[in-house]
Design a protein around this ligand. Structure first.
Ligand SMILES: *Cc1c(COP(=O)(O)O)cnc(C)c1O
Length: 367
């Protein structure tokens, strides 16, 4: 008896290369795309360890928890790290990056998260890319939470290392991920004696044993089911249209924001400006005296399928995350979250207008 997940023929090198090409089309890039056989933290860490070393001076922009992690990896590599923290209610700016780079010609690496699902902000990568390119630093970008929700264009923006994963707005698998690598980044890695080699973290292994060998023979058995799922997910985006998928996320973000404002009860968009708010997820600030963790638990008690979470770590009390991405980038999910949050707030005292919130969300959807 056949099973849908089992007894599959081996994934061929040609199929693997075709999935890479599909991802390259999605990113509109001519750079090499390497699909890494693990969750997105694998290429995120591999790209830093491959390019950074004791000679590196890095400007690390922190707009959420991932930026903190990148700074720690860079320091472990021996790099000198200049952290640039940005308050979570806003976004980085090209002027802020320009000021941080000014008079520091030794900075040869800039790390940035495009959109942060964990804090709900998004950064103007095109403008920042111009500044980084003018300075001549290598530009490393975590676009895991941006891809599928908003444009991600590594070639147009001068990104040297652009990491994506399919588990957020692409609505795909979490177990494989991809990174586009510029010629400059390969050169930096090849010259780096500390770059991982013969290692799970190694991008150079993929370059030497797969790309430079003509993508004819896979160096290892790939994560077959995850590769098939990535192919299916990228194919679905191609057939539906990337613009349509992005519009679904943008619509969900605008509707959630408008709905939360109309709901009242002291709930406010966590990110002040619409332009700084990520299309992938909307974060909300809970009125003081109430707990985001408790409100979310109450909302989920009625409907555990709603894409709601409390903020991580220190944000657990004050931040609610509406993770309206992938299959949840829908009016139903947004309206369900607003209604459930309204009920949870009302139970605790604040007056809320659930009908008004639903109306505001629906009219935001209509544009
Ligand atoms: C979701 C996400 C990742 C992937 O990490 P997980 O914790 O495994 O989901 C990486 N970077 C960013 C900015 C993300 O939002």
């Amino acid at each position: 008896m056949t099973h849908p997940f089992l007894d599959l023929p081996p994934l061929t090198a040609a199929r693997f290369a075709a999935v890479e090409d599909r991802v390259a089309r999605l990113l509109d890039t001519r750079q090499d795309v390497v699909i890494m056989q693990g969750e997105a933290l694998l290429p995120l860490e591999g790209a830093i360890r491959g390019t950074a070393g004791p000679g590196t001076t890095a400007l690390n922009v922190i707009t959420g928890p991932y930026g903190q992690t990148f700074g720690n990896w860079l320091r472990e590599c021996g790099a000198t790290v200049i952290d640039l923290p940005v308050p979570f209610h806003t976004a980085a700016t090209a002027d802020g990056i320009r000021a941080a780079l000014a008079g520091r010609p030794e900075i040869d690496f800039v790390s940035l998260v495009h959109a942060e699902a964990a804090t709900g902000n998004t950064n103007p990568v095109a403008e920042i890319g111009e500044v980084v390119r003018a300075h001549g630093a290598l530009f490393y970008l975590d676009a895991v939470a941006a891809v599928g929700a908003e444009p991600v264009l590594p070639d147009a923006w001068g990104v040297d290392l652009c990491v994506i994963g399919a588990q957020k707005a692409m609505g795909g698998p979490a177990g494989v991920s991809a990174v586009s690598v510029s010629e400059r980044a390969w050169t930096r890695m090849a010259a780096n004696p500390h770059a991982p080699r013969r290692s799970y973290l190694s991008l150079l292994d993929w370059k030497e044993r797969w790309i430079d060998a003509g993508r004819k023979v896979l160096p290892h058995a790939p994560a077959q089911l995850e590769m098939l799922a990535l192919d299916a997910c990228a194919e679905r985006i191609e057939s539906v249209g990337l613009d349509t998928v992005m519009a679904r996320h943008r619509g969900a973000a605008l509707a959630t924001r408008a709905g939360a404002v109309a709901l009242g009860g002291g709930l406010e968009p966590y990110v002040y400006e619409v332009a700084d708010a990520a299309p992938v997820a909307t974060t909300l600030r809970v009125p003081s005296g109430l707990s985001a963790t408790e409100l979310v638990a109450r909302a989920l008690a009625d409907d555990p399928a709603l894409p709601l979470a409390a903020g991580g770590g220190a944000l657990a009390k004050e931040m609610i995350r509406v993770n309206h991405y992938g299959p949840d980038a829908t009016p139903e999910a947004v309206l369900g979250c607003l209604t459930a949050l309204g009920a949870a707030l009302a139970e605790r005292g604040p007056a809320v207008d659930v009908a008004g919130a639903r109306g505001a969300a629906e009219s935001a959807y209509r544009g």
